[in-house]
Design a protein around this ligand. Structure first.
Ligand code: NAP
Length: 245
């Protein structure tokens, strides 16, 4: 047992989720880390004195087992997600779209529903959802991802109203370009294509985003940071960035 407040981070095996687990542990939380790659989760959990629990947000049984293993939660970071493919609507791959909706949208819905009773019971709960600048506007070849991120954002923003009067805060984090495994996943493991995304630009790091999440989570209970958009200096939108060389 621990007297630290519990924070649950989904997608904590890499990138923003792993960095957020570390930042929240530093801020005094006991962190429960969820993802499918349990070897990585166990390593990070050992480093921060947290708890690793296998989680596949696309599987209702896995989410139910995960929620049952969480001892009570004050903070939920809905971070698990990602993109598959980058092609025009005319060439859209239905399986890739299904993956993006299942993971980003239904996954967030499922985990949020499962943990909401515990968050409310804590008397001072907080839900942080990592959407994206893809939840703000379309970009060419990105409709599967921008559509999923818009839907995930609507779920989160709707809860902000539905839970008014309850002891719970809601914060949406909308990052621009962050160098993580995101592009490797998007391009099915093609490292050349993934590296190109960050060519000539200094992207955000996972730690940059984690710092912002930890900041939002450590404000006094009456302070709700609703939406935080963060981008590299050289990026203006999903469509516009300045590249050196
Ligand atoms: P990442 O390094 O690929 O991390 C994605 C995380 O999601 C991994 O830990 C992965 O773990 C987990 N995940 C994927 N499918 C899952 C599933 N079915 N069940 C449970 N966990 C699952 O990418 P990232 O950049 O840190 O992405 C984190 C979030 O930030 C995503 O929601 C992404 O859309 C968002 N975002 C990223 C960027 C960017 O430029 N990188 C910008 C804006 C928003 P396992 O594979 O081990 O399950």
């Amino acid at each position: 047992m621990t007297d630290r407040p519990t924070a649950v981070v989904t997608g904590a095996s890499s990138g923003i989720g792993a960095a957020t687990a570390r930042a929240l542990a530093k801020a005094g939380f006991h962190v429960v880390l969820g993802a499918r790659r349990t070897d990585r989760l166990a390593e990070i959990a050992a480093e921060i004195d947290g708890t690793a629990v296998r989680l596949d947000v696309t599987d209702p049984e896995s989410v139910a087992a995960f929620a049952a293993a969480v001892p009570g939660a004050k903070l939920l970071v809905n971070n698990a997600g990602g993109a598959k493919g980058l092609e025009p609507v005319a060439e859209a791959d239905e399986d890739a779209w299904r993956w993006m909706y299942e993971t980003n949208v239904i996954g967030t819905l499922r985990v949020t529903k499962a943990l909401l009773p515990a968050l409310l019971a804590s008397g001072d709960g907080h839900i942080v959802t990592v959407t994206s600048i893809a939840a703000l506007e379309p970009y060419d070849n990105g409709a599967g991802y921008t559509g999923a991120k818009h839907a995930q954002a609507m779920l989160h923003r709707t809860l902000r109203g539905e839970l008014l009067g309850q002891p719970i805060r809601l914060t949406e984090i909308l990052p621009g370009m962050v160098e993580t495994e995101f592009s490797l996943v998007r391009f099915d493991g093609d490292a050349g294509k993934a590296d190109n995304v960050y060519k000539g630009i200094t992207p955000l790091t996972a730690g940059d985003v984690a710092d912002v999440i930890a900041f939002a989570a450590t404000r006094p209970s009456h302070v709700n940071l609703d939406q935080i958009v963060l981008k590299p200096r050289a990026q203006a939108s999903g469509m516009r960035a300045y590249r050196e060389g």
